[in-house]
Design a protein around this ligand. Sequence first.
Ligand SMILES: [Zn+2]
Length: 265
Amino acid sequence: MKSIPQELVERLASVRSIGVITGAGISAESGIPTYRGAGGLYDDPEEGQRAIEALSGETLLKDPDRTWKVLRDIARHAQGAEPNPGHLALAEWEDRAERFALLTQNVDGLHHQAGSRNVIEIHGNIKRVNCLRCSYQEALPAKALLNLECAPKCPDCQGVLRPKAVLFGEMLPEEALRRLEEEFHRHVPDLLLLVGTTALFPYIAFPAQIARAAGSLVVEVNPEDTDVTYLAEFALRGTAGALLPPLLAAFGGVAQEKGQAQGPK
Ligand SMILES: [Zn+2]
């Protein structure tokens, strides 16, 4: 097991509220190719570029079959992926913290699957669909997605279904943005944990800047340096699966000691 710096263990003692931001890295550890990096799925870079074009809001409206075939390919590569120890540690952490919010850029639903509850899916969820014509929305059965040859149709009105994921060139979902602001801007968490994200997008880097300016503890968990490393007081180098369980244990250990200290003498 990786060890957590003693200074960080001590700082965790005063943490009451936790905000976590996860990116493609934690999903990659479960064997999921990144949807936004869809190009990586294909050996030929040109083919990769075409896949990214296919995953745009524009293509979905003009040629939904093309978009859905790429989504199917991504789903085939991700087949059988399960939450890893990093996902599971985050879910357990939520039970122990007074306040907990998890913002993810991943569209695979693995945080929900691991048991996390207060999850903000800023790029949506690829496993859910809604109709472009009527109000129908549902979870798309995995089997249907893996075997499709054209865009799935709405059972109510035969309109084209779309994934409830943010495609290239599309706006972020309003509800997710509202919750992001509530959980990360209005209530700045005592601890902000950046996991497996390069924080390329301003809406990912901004909460880290706010947390740092507010004097919160900012911790990065990533195998390599990223654009937000400079904001992290502690940059832990390694995978989420290797680092989050001992980090959770460090937090739990402190909480337990405190509980004992406050108990009847
Ligand atoms: Zn419909």
